[in-house]
Design a protein around this ligand. Sequence first.
Ligand SMILES: O=C(O)c1ccccc1N[C@@H]1O[C@H](COP(=O)(O)O)[C@@H](O)[C@H]1O
Length: 219
Amino acid sequence: MSPLLKLCGNHSYEDTEIALLSRADYVGFVFAESKRQVTREQVKEWLSRHHGKSRAKIVALFVNASAEQIAATVDGLPIDIIQCHGAETPEQVKEIKKQTGLPVWKVIHHNENALQEMEAYEGIVSGYVVDCKVGKQWGGTGVSFDWNYVPRYITEGRRQKVPVLIAGGIRPENVGELMRYQPDGIDVSSGIEQGGRKSRALVEQLEERMNNHGSDLSR
Ligand SMILES: O=C(O)c1ccccc1N[C@@H]1O[C@H](COP(=O)(O)O)[C@@H](O)[C@H]1O
């Protein structure tokens, strides 16, 4: 089965259309401070203008926002999942779930204690995204961590019975290599952008290489 695909960091109507018309399972918006930051009004308008039938779930990404801020932001928006991309504690995640009534994915930044960090969220989160932190940047960096560690994260996710998506620097040129580690899913932002905007051609290349990575291996 093909891994789950999340296309994140959409920050215009055109980006949103490209993501919704792709085979993405999840379409994400960054509400945190970023060059991709969006407002609730923009997201509401872009999603309401889409008349196609997308089965994608909508993910709202925050970095160290309070439960109150998150609840106020997503109120009235068709959000399916909250992605906490900062240093939110298990207690804070519980509060975010309580105040929004939505499932939460926790981002774990790859480091030597990352597996222990995951254990602390067991039974609280509905999924993980493993990314890497670069300096003070929490994500959207276009930088990958060492994918030899991917199987350990997947194993921990299986033990907790939740999906683990891999993020950070995934592009059409390297997605085939990542597929060898059989992640539950991938989360892509900068790798499908050209000139700061989502590119339909790059999304199609990414999907094509996700599907056909097996043929690369046999060469
Ligand atoms: O995209 C951003 O600007 C961003 C800002 C703050 C936190 C996370 C952000 N993006 C997320 O980071 C991962 C990996 O992104 P990339 O593919 O390496 O560019 C993904 O979940 C982005 O949505």
